[in-house]
Design a protein. Structure first.
Length: 511
């Protein structure tokens, strides 16, 4: 058999996984073992959960007594530093399996009774918002125990960012983390991407098309929840590739009260048939906004940027067009002028030919540009061509690559000295040449006192008595060691300035 058909040995093999239970046990053991072995990765996972930065110990299927029964959490994580020990129970689901409320509450009770700090759940369910758990548990059970959730997409993102972008100090540990990434990216591992908009998707989409959707319709809440999960997945996926922090942009009120976000999305979806959101990408010029218009069947991604603060309106338009030289011609550019109620709009191809196409009034300064791209929306609930999920993900990725990552914010030039050796007054057109009579006016000789001959004689005698010795440290420095910069132009400008400011003295010197 040829070598290219040989199967390489893997630290965490996907072969031999016989079913969901086996996939769950193998994924749990692999993840926890790598967290313990690769300290940078383990710290990246548990530090946001409130754990101290110490050595990590991990265990699987630890039995605990709860009332008259024995429960077996999938895993346990423990770390200690400076006398403080942090312990978390871990519950894991893979594939399509979802977390069960009773099971999660049992582990919360165990953690409370034993004084543990947290219960961590891991599954393919993506929380719709930071701090929101996929399972609605009894709030009294999380008063003393922290309940946290991580999706497999988040774990894979953290692993890739640590291995590819931030780095692992030990080469062997880097290889181990690479093996975990390879395992989690295999379909048999049970660590899946976001792949389904849910059973209610088709019905809600059809109701929107027929304009019969109402706020209390069955399935509406599920579609909105899935949309929020898709936004979160898009942010994770983009952050994984960029090695940057990418988050769904939420207001402070929405972070404090997630129900407000659901309410606003419900009103928009019922009223206009739209789902919206925005992604904040670290160091990007502005948030990337996403709008899925289910009624029109299209996905629009856009970014709003400030226009330059100086220059003619057409100059400001050209500043933007230069940065979009490799962008698709079908982009829509909107220009917002100061004090105007509406914007001007034109496709990029038209603006490339004529910048004034975006300028409605040359006397009004442009204050903001909007760059938008619209593409067909997939209708299927799953992934692949023709699927809604892929139409959103490709729009986000494509727009970021072609537009957002190319844009740089405007910055003012440093103040410029007048050209041609002239002064600022001359540059502005002012005539500062003094009258001819001022140039020939004789100097007042009575203002100049004659030198004191006695004082001059005393200074000469003092100088003659001083013995000047050469400095050895300066003599040892070779001439080539110093590089001097000549500022001849600046000196010419200074001389010219003095000629203008002191015409009388200059004229006298010349004579």
């Amino acid at each position: 058999m040829a070598e290219e058909h040989w199967q390489p040995a893997r630290l965490i093999p996907t072969s031999g996984i016989s079913g969901p239970d086996e996939a769950e046990r193998r994924a749990t053991s692999a993840l926890l073992a790598v967290m313990e072995a690769v300290r940078e990765f383990g710290g990246a996972i548990i530090k946001p959960l409130g754990a101290p930065a110490g050595p990590i110990s991990t265990f699987i299927e630890v039995p605990f007594k709860l009332d008259d029964a024995t429960v077996y959490p999938d895993g346990l994580i423990q770390t200690a530093r400076a006398g403080k020990t942090w312990t978390a129970l871990v519950e894991v689901k893979t594939g399509a399996a979802e977390l069960q409320r009773q099971q999660v509450e049992n582990y919360l009770d165990v953690a409370r009774d034993l004084g543990f700090d947290a219960v961590l759940t891991i599954s393919n369910q993506i929380a719709p918002a930071p701090g929101v758990h996929p399972v609605d548990v009894d709030k009294r059970k999380i008063k003393k125990v922290d309940l946290r959730h991580l999706s497999w997409a988040e774990i894979l993102t953290s692993a890739v960012q640590q291995r590819v972008h931030r780095g692992v100090s030990d080469p062997d540990q880097a290889w181990i983390l690479g093996e975990l990434i390879r395992y989690l990216e295999h379909p048999k591992s049970g660590a899946l991407d976001f792949v389904d908009m849910g059973a209610a998707w088709v019905g809600v989409r059809e109701a929107i098309a027929a304009q019969t959707l109402r706020p209390n319709d069955k399935g509406l809440a599920e579609v909105i929840s899935r949309w929020e999960q898709l936004l979160r997945f898009a942010s994770l996926r983009l952050g994984r590739e960029l090695g940057a922090d990418v988050q769904v942009l939420l207001s402070r009120k929405e972070l404090a009260e997630p129900a407000l976000r659901v309410a606003s999305q419900t009103r928009l979806l019922v009223g206009e048939g739209k789902l919206t959101g925005a992604l904040r990408i670290s160091d990007a010029i502005a948030p990337l906004e996403v709008c899925a218009d289910l009624r029109a069947g299209q996905v629009t991604v856009s970014v709003d940027i400030d226009a330059p603060k100086e220059g003619k309106p057409s100059t400001r338009v050209n500043w933007l067009v230069r940065q979009l030289r490799d962008a698709p011609e079908g982009l829509r550019l909107d220009a917002y002028a100061a004090g105007a109620r509406t914007s001007t709009s034109e496709l990029l191809r038209g603006v490339r030919d004529e910048a004034s196409a975006l300028v409605a009034d040359p006397k009004r300064d442009l204050r903001m540009f909007r760059i938008a791209a619209t593409s067909p929306m997939g209708t299927k609930r799953g992934i692949g061509r023709g699927g809604f999920i892929d139409s959103v993900l490709t729009s986000v990725d494509g727009f970021y690559a072609a537009v957002v990552q190319q844009l740089r914010p405007w910055s003012a030039k440093a103040p410029q000295l007048p050209s041609g050796g002239r002064t600022a007054a001359e540059e502005s057109g002012l005539d500062i040449t003094p009258p001819h009579s001022d140039l020939v006016e004789p100097a007042d000789t009575e203002l100049v006192a004659p030198p004191d001959e006695r004082a001059v004689s005393e200074v000469r005698e003092a100088v003659d008595q001083v013995s000047v010795q050469p400095r050895d440290d300066l003599a040892e420095v070779p001439r080539e060691a110093a590089e001097f910069v000549s500022w001849d132009a600046a000196q010419d400008r200074l001389d010219h300035e003095r000629e203008i400011e002191e015409p009388v003295a200059h004229n006298a010197k010349a004579e």
